[in-house]
Design a protein around this ligand. Structure first.
Ligand code: GTP
Ligand code: MG
Length: 211
């Protein structure tokens, strides 16, 4: 059974939820911390269950509260999946460019994501693939193969280093803009579309009633 729920329009206008998924150790928490706190730690502390951080973002003249959900990559917590996906606006599939294993696992993560997306929203739901740890020399996955995989799965591809803070801002800014594009409801009622009936200006001819 699918539990994916979109937020009601009033709530969705200035809030946005971005979900990070991918194998354990690929750098999901590091990316979140780099984006929200501009910090990086070499110490590895596996996420238990899930964690989130919020950030207020000013983008294209709008202020948004962006909630980033960082999930545990280990199988043990996969039962939480459905609840975590609920209300998400965008998903970032993360792998480690020095681990072909983590790249191959994208198939599984992508399948899980597809299962959670509302039928009919697959085409518009923003998804990006992130090849992280580009600061390391021992690469096992080339940019070309990652790009090809992403294209096949209708996802944008980015390469990042949470350590060197390379491209991290760009990824999240892309995600925010991609979500905003999918939201068709205007931020505020368009005043010029609200026509208030008033007395005609002095001197203007009054319309005759046809009844
Ligand atoms: P789980 O919580 O177990 O799912 O892992 P995770 O995907 O959140 O990985 P995490 O962010 O905890 O990073 C794992 C390890 O990789 C840590 O030791 C990080 O310091 C390191 N790491 C993360 N990003 C980078 C990066 O861009 N470059 C390098 N060199 N190390 C990184
Ligand atoms: Mg983590």
């Amino acid at each position: 059974m699918r539990f994916w729920r979109r937020r009601p329009p009033m709530f969705r206008r200035s809030h946005l939820k971005i979900l990070l998924i991918g194998n354990s150790g690929v750098g999901k928490s590091a990316l979140m911390n780099q984006y929200v706190n501009n910090r990086f730690s070499s110490r590895y502390r596996a996420t238990i269950g899930a964690d989130f951080l919020s950030k207020e973002v000013h983008i294209d003249g709008r202020t948004m509260t962006v909630q980033i959900w960082d999930t545990a990559g280990t199988e043990r917590f996969q039962a939480l999946g459905t609840a975590l996906y609920r209300g998400s606006d965008c998903c970032l599939l993360v792998f480690d460019v020095t681990s072909s294993n983590s790249f191959e696992a994208l198939e599984k993560w992508h399948r899980q994501l597809q299962w959670q997306i509302e039928p009919g929203e697959e085409a518009t739901f923003p998804v990006a693939v992130i090849g992280n740890k580009t600061d390391l020399k021992n690469r096992e996955v080339t940019s070309e193969e990652a790009e090809e995989w992403s294209k096949l799965h209708d996802a944008n591809y980015f390469e990042t280093s949470a350590k060197a803070a390379t491209n991290v801002q760009d990824v999240f800014e892309w995600a925010i803009r991609a979500v905003l594009k999918t939201r068709k409801a205007p931020e505020q009622p368009q005043l010029d579309s609200v026509h208030l009936e008033t007395n005609p200006p002095e001197g203007a001819p009054r319309q005759k009633c046809s009844c």
